[in-house]
Design a protein around this ligand. Structure first.
Ligand code: AR6
Length: 176
């Protein structure tokens, strides 16, 4: 599914984020930035040890923030390591989830990226329900694209049908 937002394309695909050829891919990291399971493990495995070496120099990352490394052996030039919230069922969850998406795009802009791929941050080990996370992630990205001209493609790469369907429903709700 694909929509136009201002001068950009916002796209949803089902797939594996490690295979994306966007300028940057976003990692769903933790505050240590020293690796983990899920999408984080997959990115480090596919990208090789150089990413972890660079991460060690970054001194961790606060929840809601994002930091950048190169992409190692990945097709993407950069990995933007974003730290989403552990879901607690409080209003702060949504603020932090929105913040890590916004910060990822700001870091992408600072590094002259024109295309960025996101996974469904916080919806795995961190327990954020997909149907709650999807509209927050999409709304935050849409707001950013409406007010910035530099990024011309944002692709959400959803792992499995359920994740794709949750994002597709949220995008239909936001655009109709
Ligand atoms: N491509 C795209 N999405 C993926 C992939 C992939 N290759 N693999 C998993 N997903 P999670 P979180 C989806 O748990 O909830 C790590 O250990 C997955 O189905 O990766 O933010 C970190 O180090 C889910 O929808 O991240 C942290 O400690 C989404 O990616 C912690 O997990 C996010 O699931 C972060 O938890």
């Amino acid at each position: 599914m694909k929509v136009t937002i201002h001068n950009a394309t916002l796209e949803l695909v089902e797939g594996d984020i490690t295979q994306q050829d966007t300028d940057a891919i976003v990692n769903a990291a933790n505050r240590s930035l020293l690796g983990g399971g899920g999408v984080d493990g997959a990115i480090h495995r596919a990208g090789g040890p150089k990413i972890l070496e660079e991460c060690r120099q970054l001194g961790g990352c606060e929840t809601g923030d994002a930091k950048i490394t190169t992409g190692g052996n990945l097709k993407a030039r950069y990995v933007i390591h974003a730290v989403g919230p552990v879901y607690r069922g409080s209003p702060r969850d949504a603020e932090l989830l929105a913040s890590c998406h916004r910060r990822s795009l700001e870091v992408a802009s600072e590094n002259h990226c024109r295309s960025v791929a996101f996974p469904a941050i916080s919806t795995g080990a961190y327990g954020y329900p997909l149907h709650e996370a999807a509209p927050i992630a999409l709304r935050t990205v849409m707001d950013y694209l409406r007010s910035h001209d530099d990024i011309t493609l944002v692709r959400f790469v959803l792992f499995g049908r359920a994740a794709y369907e949750a994002f597709a429903q949220a995008l239909r709700d936001l655009t109709t």
